[in-house]
Design a protein around this ligand. Structure first.
Ligand SMILES: Cc1cc2nc3c(=O)[nH]c(=O)nc-3n(C[C@H](O)[C@H](O)[C@H](O)COP(=O)(O)O)c2cc1C
Length: 171
């Protein structure tokens, strides 16, 4: 049986929400990650950066833009244990400036993906998956990157049935 890992980054604090700024205590991507785990099982792993981003949405936007420009690889607190044992990896993230937050690049660059299946999911405020699937294919050489799921961040709380059906179908 295939062993499943659900790895995600999600930021709490102020976020852009249907045209205004709102503070959230649980990240949108985290909610979707939990729905996926409930539907298909597997181990859940949250990526956390050593230096946290600003609570302020506007400051965080600038920090993220700078990291993207510099192709930064922000340090992360921990890596999943026994990564090589997983053959199916759901990879979740918010869309930041059209792709994944750079800490996901830090994580993914670390592994050999030959023979593994990646199933991406992304929450966003309208840009969908952006270029993230293309970036995943570049980064995770040898992986079979399946079509991703885009969820409107503000509707993540109501996305359980959509996420569950997609996750089951993707396996
Ligand atoms: C730094 C930053 C950059 C963002 N860039 C985009 C973007 O380019 N396109 C988009 O649709 N949403 C963008 N958003 C909105 C987030 O993708 C969206 O709110 C997402 O659901 C946040 O997920 P999280 O709560 O799991 O972090 C951005 C948010 C932040 C904080």
């Amino acid at each position: 049986m295939s062993k499943i890992l659900i790895v995600y980054y999600s930021r709490k604090g102020e976020n852009y929400w249907n045209g205004s700024i709102k503070s959230i205590t649980k990240g949108n991507t985290e909610r979707v990650a939990e729905f996926i785990q409930k539907a298909v099982g597997g181990d859940l792993f949250e990526v956390e950066t050593v230096r946290s981003y600003s609570e302020s949405y506007m400051t965080c936007i600038d920090e993220a833009k700078q990291e993207l420009r510099e192709k930064a690889r922000p340090e992360i607190k921990a890596y999943p244990d026994n990564f090589e044992e997983y053959d199916t990896i759901f990879v979740g993230y918010p869309n930041w400036w059209g792709t994944m937050p750079m800490c996901m690049f830090t994580l993914l660059e670390n592994y050999d993906f030959a023979g593994k299946t990646i199933i991406p999911f992304c929450t966003n405020e309208g840009s969908g998956m952006g270029g993230s699937e293309r970036d995943l294919k570049k980064l995770c050489k040898g992986a079979n990157v399946k079509p991703g799921l885009s969820i409107h961040g503000a509707e993540s709380e109501q996305s359980e049935s959509k996420a569950a059906a997609w996750a089951k179908k993707s396996l």
